[in-house]
Design a protein around this ligand. Structure first.
Ligand SMILES: Cc1ncc(COP(=O)(O)O)c(C=O)c1O
Length: 352
């Protein structure tokens, strides 16, 4: 607290990111990073970018990267927005498109950054409870609102909606912007991107952090029809003209070129998730059906806090949220096979 703060700063409830421990020896399964490294083409592109050109500002229009994303998704450059991680793309979206007189709707159990953005941007919101099996029920969004945002797959549950359900939601709310946050879609969800051409109210947000192994580079993007993207550009150019540096622009473009690497890694993670889920079920855990690179699981005999602390004492870090309905769960990122094996062995001792 300080008398120098603006009133908006007093009212903020900042998001608390997962821990980034200094020790390299921990098994780090707490922030849904990709356990496999980025494509060698990314490393080569970054190395090539390091040099005299760093004295120059990067391209404020990010044209090469936006063209590559547009080509990948069959769109025009003007339908693509890029930002410093999808977190920044989300922040601009809250400012540009989600602030209306009627409340923004999102699930009561979801990405916990959304309420923080609401406070920062003055967005009034209403949480829509997940159903008894922790699923988003599209029918529950049939109510007056200013806009809707939801992750698909949802976080931290990992449960995905089918594209037809997302389409029903978007079609029912043609007067409202519907944002689908697809941070985890590449691990088994059905993307809403093919719906963009039919729905001027749909914005899809994705990231290079998870499926492209580039959380450290900070690149996210949004796809939508031109007026929505123009709104984001207007906010961006009123905030920071150069959200992506030269390294980020070059690295993300190179990652898109290496489809084989992308496919190989996401398939390894999907296979790892299946093995990990089976092992957790074998230990008596309840495991929600995940289409993401993490599992949300609880053990009937142990509290989530107790298990998270027990794992930590063995240098294994998972994410535990204290919120109502989810306090007994652990959110476990899928690691390498060796990471997953260490986790299972540690849990075996904790739950026996
Ligand atoms: C649902 C969801 N959306 C967006 C993000 C932000 O990802 P990034 O800013 O790394 O692109 C995350 C990060 O964990 C997430 O879980």
């Amino acid at each position: 607290m300080s008398r120098y703060w603006s009133s908006v700063v007093h009212s903020l409830k900042p998001y608390v990111p997962g821990e980034q421990p200094a020790m390299a020896t921990v098994v780090k399964l707490n922030t849904n990073e990709n356990p496999y490294g980025p494509s060698p083409r990314v490393i080569a592109a970054l190395s090539a970018e390091i040099g005299d050109a760093l004295r120059l500002y990067p391209d404020p229009g990010a044209t090469r990267l936006r063209d590559a994303l547009a080509a990948r998704h069959g769109m025009a450059r003007e339908q693509v927005f890029v930002g410093n991680g999808s977190d920044e793309v989300l922040a601009h979206t809250f400012q540009a498109l989600l602030r209306h007189d009627a409340p923004l709707l999102f699930p009561d159990i979801t990405y916990s950054f959304y309420p923080s953005y609401c406070r920062l941007c003055g967005v009034n919101y209403r949480e829509v409870p997940l159903d008894g099996s922790m699923q988003v029920r599209v029918a529950d969004y049939r109510q007056p609102c200013g806009a809707i945002i939801l992750p698909n797959p949802n976080a931290p549950t990992g449960i995905a909606l089918q594209r037809a359900e997302v389409e029903a939601l978007v079609a029912e709310h043609q007067d409202d912007v519907v944002v689908v946050d697809e941070a985890y879609v590449d691990f088994g969800g059905e993307s809403a991107v093919p719906l963009v051409r039919s729905y001027p109210n749909l914005l899809v947000i994705q990231t290079f952090s998870k499926s492209y192994s580039l959380a450290g580079l900070r690149v996210g993007f949004a796809l939508g029809q031109r007026p929505l993207i123009e709104a984001l550009e207007r906010v961006k150019d009123s905030f920071n003209s150069y959200p992506l540096g030269r390294l980020a622009l070059a690295g993300a473009a190179a990652a898109l070129e290496d489809e084989a690497w992308f496919e190989q890694n996401r398939n390894r993670i999907i296979a790892g998730r299946q093995r990990l889920a089976a092992a957790l079920l074998g230990l008596g855990f309840v495991v929600l059906p995940s289409a993401a690179n993490f599992l949300f699981a609880r053990h009937p005999g142990r509290s989530g806090a107790n298990l998270a602390a027990g794992l930590r004492s063995q240098a294994i870090i998972v994410r535990h949220f204290a919120g109502e309905r989810i306090a007994d769960f652990l959110r476990i990122s899928v690691g390498t096979d060796a990471d997953n094996d260490r986790l299972i062995e540690a849990l075996r001792l904790l739950v026996r």
